[in-house]
Design a protein around this ligand. Structure first.
Ligand code: MN
Length: 215
């Protein structure tokens, strides 16, 4: 059984950029729903995987399982990609950003997300040499199984992420998100992991009591 991770802050911590109402619906309904479906599908198949990363890697041909597993992962990573009162990038991360983007990372990230057609995710990622790029994925598609790439940050660009607060103005959401919520300490830890200098972020391991599940 995979758990739904608690938010790493209180529900109104990201206001006014993201309202408590959006956070409640997003975490308690959308994210919870993906975790519930994931656990139901695994139970039905009699599978008890050791990690969510393993499920994502092994379920490419099982759309429903892949979608719930990847969405469970992407959302947990998204919560950690945000921090209230986030500071500016520092140290190695600041140098890597300048090297790859000059001073146009914000513009590049916002444009990638605003121009992404339909639902998906916009990512800041690093290769094993620490070179940064921005990319987006469609629907549930993950970045954890992409060989040689480590995600540093992600922003959810499904409408449910911003519609209550910004209606159709995805660009305004992304701009506010990048300027006020991007968690640069988290990104720096992931950059260190990408280049072999620390542990990479993982979804919480499942509870191993796969017999009788509490309701
Ligand atoms: Mn979402």
């Amino acid at each position: 059984m995979f758990v739904l991770p608690d938010l790493p802050y209180v529900y109104d911590a990201l206001e006014p950029t993201i309202s408590a109402k959006t956070m409640h619906v997003h975490h308690d309904k959308h994210h919870a729903g993906y975790v519930k479906t994931l656990n139901e599908l695994l139970a039905k198949a009699g599978r008890s995987p050791a990690s969510l990363e393993e499920v994502i890697a092994a379920s490419a041909s099982e759309a429903k399982l892949y979608n719930s597993a990847a969405q469970a992962w992407n959302h947990a990573f998204f919560w950690d990609s945000m921090a209230p009162g986030a500071e500016k990038p520092r140290g190695d991360l600041a140098a890597a950003i300048t090297s790859a983007f000059g001073d146009s990372l914000a513009e590049t990230f916002v444009a990638e997300g605003a121009g992404h057609f339909g639902s998906g995710w916009v990512w800041l990622i690093a290769d094993a040499a620490g070179k940064l790029t921005v990319a987006s994925t469609h629907d549930a598609h993950d970045m954890v199984t992409v060989e040689g790439r480590t995600p540093l940050l992600v922003c959810d660009v499904w409408e449910h992420a911003y519609y209550l607060d910004y209606q159709n103005d995805r660009k305004a959401f992304l701009t506010a998100w990048f300027n006020h919520l991007a968690n640069w300490d988290f990104a720096a830890a992931q950059l260190a992991a990408a280049t072999g200098r620390g542990p990479v972020w993982r979804y919480p391991a499942p509870a191993r009591d796969s017999g009788a599940q509490a309701a």
